[in-house]
Design a binder for this molecule. Structure first.
Ligand code: AMP
Ligand code: GLY
Length: 423
C-alpha cells in the first residue's frame, strides 16, 4: 500500500514503525515527519493542517490510505476533504472530532448515549463557577472547554486557585467544573469504521512531569502496557475490555452515527476506575501519545489492514486484534523547561548506543538534523521504547538505554511502570 501519515511526533513514528514491521512492504510518506521518521519513511514538506494541500498530494501520489496522527488536522477538516474526494482516511471528520475538541460536546454525547462519566457543570461567569465549585465539592476540577494542549485542566483543593484558573479561560469560552473522580487511570483505544468498533490493548499513561505524579500536567511522560492489575477487579483484561466496549465505545459510536456524524478513526477513551465503576474522563479522536508507543509494538495483526478496514467500513469482517504477551514500557525524554518553555537546539547524542540495548527502539518526536548532528527541536524529544518478558526486564532495558543518551538539561521520570515491576 501507499500510505501517508500526517504528524511529526513519537506517536506517528510508532505508527510508521508498526507499518514497517509488517510482512507486506508499504511505500510510506510522512508529513511533516522528523529526523527519526526520515529514516523510516519519505518525508514530505506538506502542511498537514491544509486540507487542499493534503488532498492534492494524496491524489497526485496515488495514496491508498491517509492516517491522521494529531488532532489539529482533524479539527481543520482534513479527513472531510479526503473523504469527499474518495480517498480512504483513518481519522474522523471535523464534526465527530468535536468529541475531543469540545469537552461539553463530549459530555452531551455521553449523557445522550448513557455512558458513565462524572457530573459536570458548564459555567459562563465567575459566579456560576463559584456555585458549581461549592455544589460539586473539593477536590475541584476545572477544565477549559476547547483544545488546550494538555494545559486546560486544573485539579486542586484550593478554591481560590480553581477560581483563578477558570478566570483565565472565561474570557473566551465557558469552562467546565467537574466532579472529582478518584482511582487508577486507563487509556483504551478503539478502531471505529463509523458503525463497528474493535478494541486494542489497554495502557497507562503518566501525565505529570515528575516522579510520584508531582509537577505540572504534560502531554504524557511515559506509559506501559498491558495492565496486569486489571485481572483482580475485572477477572481479566479481556473482561475489562469487553465491559468498556459495551458500555462506552459502542454507545458513543452508535450515537454519533445516528446523528449523521459517523466517527471513523481512533476513539481514545480516558477512563478512571472509580469505586463506583468505570467512568470516562475524556475522549480523544486520535491515538494517544505516548500510549501508542507501547500498544502498537505488542500488536500481532498487520496495522495497515486494521486501519484500512476502519477507513473503508469493513471492521465487521475482522476478528478482534491480537496482542503479544510481551510487556512494553516507554519513557519520554523531554527538553529542559518542558512543558512551560522548552529549551531547543541542544545536541542529542548516544542514540545508536541506546538503540543497541536489547529489546529497545526509539520513536522520535522533536528531533532535527543539523550539520553538527541531531538536535532537540521541542518539548517531548523522543520516546525510548522497551519490550521484555517481564516489566522488570522492559523497564531496566528502557532506563539502561536512557543512560546512554545525552541531552543537556534533559528530563525524564524514573518511576514509569514501577508499580507493575514490584508486583
Ligand atoms: P483531561 O485533559 O480531561 O484528560 O485531564 C487531564 C488529567 O487531569 C487527567 O488525566 C486526570 O489525571 C485529571 N483529571 C481530569 N478530569 C478529572 C476528574 N474529573 N477527576 C479527577 N481527575 C481528573
Ligand atoms: N497521552 C495523552 C494523550 O495522548 O492525550
Amino acid at each position: 500500500m501507499r500510505i501517508l501519515v500526517l504528524g511529526s511526533g513519537a506517536r506517528e513514528h510508532a505508527i510508521i514503525l508498526a507499518l514497517r514491521s509488517e510482512e507486506a512492504e508499504h511505500e510510506i510518506f510522512a508529513a511533516p515527519g522528523n529526523a527519526g521518521i526520515a529514516d523510516d519513511a519519505a518525508v514530505v514538506a506538506l502542511d498537514p493542517n491544509d486540507p487542499g494541500a493534503v488532498e492534492e498530494f494524496a491524489d497526485a501520489e496515488r495514496i491508498d490510505l491517509v492516517v491522521i496522527g494529531p488532532e489539529a488536522p482533524l479539527v481543520a477538516g482534513v479527513a472531510d476533504a479526503l473523504r469527499e474526494r474518495g480517498i480512504p482516511v483513518f481519522g474522523p471528520g471535523r464534526a465527530a472530532a468535536r468529541l475531543e475538541g469540545s469537552k461539553s460536546f463530549a459530555k452531551r454525547v455521553m449523557d445522550a448515549a448513557g455512558v458513565p462519566t462524572g457530573r459536570a457543570v458548564r459555567a459562563h461567569d465567575l459566579a456560576e463557577v463559584a456555585a458549581a465549585l461549592d455544589e460539586l465539592g473539593s477536590p475541584h476540577v476545572v477544565k477549559a472547554d476547547g483544545l488546550a494542549a494538555g494545559k486546560g485542566v486544573l485539579v486542586t483543593d484550593d478554591r481560590e486557585a480553581a477560581l483563578a484558573h477558570a478566570a483565565v479561560y472565561l474570557g473566551s469560552a465557558p469552562v467546565l467544573i467537574e466532579e472529582f473522580l478518584s482511582g487508577p487511570e486507563v487509556s483504551l483505544f478503539f478502531l471505529s469504521d463509523g458503525d463497528h468498533v474493535l478494541p486494542l490493548s489497554p495502557a497507562q499513561d503518566f501525565k505529570r512531569l515528575r516522579d510520584g505524579d508531582e509537577g505540572p500536567n504534560t502531554g504524557g511522560m511515559g506509559a506501559y502496557s498491558p495492565l496486569p492489575w486489571l485481572d483482580g477487579p475485572f477477572g481479566s483484561e479481556e473482561e475489562f475490555v469487553d465491559l468498556v466496549t459495551r458500555t462506552v465505545a459502542e454507545p458513543v459510536i452508535r450515537h454519533l452515527d445516528a446523528q449523521g456524524t459517523p466517527f471513523i478513526g481512533l476513539l481514545y477513551a480516558g477512563l478512571i476506575l472509580t469505586p463506583q465503576g468505570v467512568k470516562v474522563i475524556e475522549f480523544n479522536a486520535r491515538f494517544g501519545d505516548p500510549e501508542t508507543q507501547v500498544v502498537l509494538p505488542r500488536l500481532v495483526d498487520p496495522l495497515s489492514e486494521l486501519l484500512m478496514a476502519a477507513a473503508s467500513g469493513h471492521l465487521e469482517d475482522l476478528p478482534r486484534p491480537a496482542f503479544a504477551e510481551a510487556t512494553a514500557v516507554t519513557v519520554v525524554l523531554a527538553s529542559e523547561g518542558y512543558p512551560e518553555a522548552p529549551v531547543t537546539g541542544r545536541a542529542l547524542t548516544g542514540l545508536d548506543a541506546a538503540a543497541a540495548v536489547g529489546g529497545v527502539h526509539l520513536a522520535h518526536a522533536a528531533t532535527g538534523r543539523t550539520d553538527e548532528g541531531l538536535v532537540a527541536t521541542g518539548g517531548r524529544v523522543l520516546s525510548v521504547v522497551a519490550l521484555g518478558t517481564t516489566f522488570a526486564e522492559s523497564t531496566s532495558r528502557a532506563y539502561r538505554a536512557l543512560d546512554r543518551i545525552e541531552l543537556a538539561g534533559g528530563q525524564y521520570r524514573t518511576d514509569i511502570a514501577a508499580r507493575v515491576v514490584e508486583d
